[in-house]
Write a protein that binds this ligand. Sequence first.
Ligand code: AHR
Length: 505
Amino acid sequence: MKKASMTLDRAYTIGRIDPRIYGSFIEHLGRAVYGGIYEPGHPSSDELGFRQDVLELVKKIGVPVIRYPGGNFVSGFNWEDSIGPRNQRPRRLDLAWFTTETNEVGLHEFYEWCRKANSSVMYSVNLGTRGPEEARQVVEYCNHPGGTQLSDLRKKNGQQDPFGIKLWCLGNEMDGPWQMGHKTAREYGRTANEAGKLMKWMDPTIELVACGSSSTEMPTFGDWELQMLDECYDTVDYVSLHRYYGNPTNDTPGFLARSMDLDDFIRTVVSICDAVKGKKHAKKTLNLSFDEWNVWYHSNEQDQEIWKQDKWGRALPLLEDVYNFEDALLAGSMLITFLRNADRVKIACLAQLVNVIAPIMTRNGGGCWAQTIFYPYMHASNFGRGTSLRGIVSCPDYACQDYDHVPYIDAAATMGDDGSVTVFAVNRDMQEDFAFEIDLRSFGKLQLDEHILLHHPDVKAVNTEENPNNVVPTVGPGGVIDGGKATVTLPALSWNVLRFVPVKE
Ligand code: AHR
């Protein structure tokens, strides 16, 4: 068996973990809303048409914040279409996804759904085809107590108290030519600044996310952040990052190393934020909102076929990636990367939550099940709270196309407020188990309460409605603790959650 080690000390911390790093995203896209969270007439639907089976799975994860309503969709969206009597709401063509949006579910319904899901709304405004005034108006509608036309309209529409939405995205992926109202960095930075200024004058308690780059592969990446932040640094609170990975060439070792790109991306954006801070002699430090992350490639060809057959259809089954076991391993590594950057990554949204590149799948009129990526996400959200620890990992590495040194063991550790320590670890080795020694001496007497393991002999194994328990967590082999050092077996190709709890004397 190969050997690796992790040294932890309770004094060596990265920072508090903002629970919002376990956020997610629901866009008016495909069957995320219609047929996903909302399906009136489904046997499990409540009086509002929300599927209870989906809600139960969402609650199992514990999702503190959900970005809405887009995504690309938001760049052509009129928020006013989504309020008022439902039978009077307009049907519109959505140019982002070539579908028809009926607006059956809108702002009030989504807010209510989020409440039922024990979550909160992260609302994005349209800075593509619209601008600062419309952005300001939606803040007034949502958050102003009353006595104005817009806030009274909210009351008339059934919501007496302000929604009190705290987190707002200033547009979406405005660096992308695919975006309605695509802008240069300067144009966007100016617009975001003006919109943000008005929104904060309206409600000074809100926080704002400015659009960073859509991916590290954008030709403008880096310069975009520099120029747009030069325009809006003082007004905004977070910069967004988006990143999706795929494995179209079937190179599992290279695919599992993609979290190193994620780490580079985060470090680069942190450096740029701090450079702009220096240039502006600013006191404020900007943090990051990684508000779209996931694996996305399985459904690309299928989507082209759908559009060929039914362009402008309603709730088309778009972006329905079926995730396999190796996708779950990379999702685990991405979560580990966020934990290791917890000092600057304060928000992260798994894109998305239901049906559309999602951990949860449904069939219209049928069942609902968890995809492979559901499990690392649920584990990290359930157990990765408290303080992120600066663990020193020592282990052998391998080379792949993009990196000469990829550590076989990718790990992060958290310290709960109850004195527990949780270690999350991916073993990227395709063949060999590792004996993983964790130095826990500074934490007092701990015992290994649980070793949760996600492993499957086939990296391409998936969960389906017929076989939802194909890739599910099991009890791991565990290990021993001796003199404050735990030695645990991490099976080849596996996601591991090691939960150490204080020994009750
Ligand atoms: O999440 C799917 C899409 O990916 C979003 O609409 C867009 O922001 C990104 O390109």
